[in-house]
Write a protein that binds this ligand. Sequence first.
Ligand code: MLT
Length: 297
Amino acid sequence: MKILIADGISPYGQEILKKNGIDFHIQHYEHDELLKEIPEYDGILVRSATKVTKDIIDAGKHLKLIARGGTGIDNIDHEYARSNGIPVLNTPGANSASVAELVFAHMFALARFIPQANITMRKGEWNKKTYKGYELAGKTLGIVGFGRIGQIVARMAIAFGMKVLVYGQMDIQTDLEVNIVAKDELLRESDFITLHVPKKAQNIITKAEFELMKPTAFIINTSRGGVVNEDDLLEALQSGKIAGAGIDAFLNEPTPNPALVNHPSVSVTPHIGASTKEAQDRVGIQIAEKIVAVLKK
Ligand code: MLT
């Protein structure tokens, strides 16, 4: 049995595969190369860089599984894989705490002008008077989507003294001290808005939603590119409809819209929500155990 590990795996994950006699090769291939290489493998493990499309699945004549080190499986044509009897494995929850912490990294960065201060200090400027920031304590955080990550974000926000509003399409049951509200109320009342929805929730925030937000509001997207319409976000930033944005997930990764990346009111990161040692260790262990379970069945 041989697995292609296309976007990396932690040493703990490698250890589990080795211990169970599963051979693997760690190598990232671009799409056309992957098409040529995939027939050699019984399985493929990806993060978000590699797209496992229909043609890759068709070329993978020996594929017994497709594994995703992470929660979202939107970079895998999972319906097609499953319709061909190929299981698609993932690691829900393994990186949730890391994503939630990145939300706060962006919120603090925006509230205290950290990206702008970094850029200008490196140019030799000392803009102490310019960067009059805000505390998170006492502010209202609106959480759109209340799955694992949304709930961790809520807990942290409460600990920071924030008031938390939650909107979700599913019925929300929680013991946390949050107010479950309609989407419009959340958009109108929140000082910070963070999204924790799957990729299929494309354009959940568009021009109409930006119109409802406070001009002092900040929006954070660590979920998927396109969940916030990027053209409308740019327009909202340029016209001052909102105060700023923290963006970890872009529509065109790895070549996001430069106008968005370079806007002075944004804090940007290259889809690193899950990129902590702890999260990747958990992801590696969980996904390796799942791969072993399928291949040893
Ligand atoms: C996820 O869906 O869990 C993340 O996108 C994982 C990642 O960035 O590797």
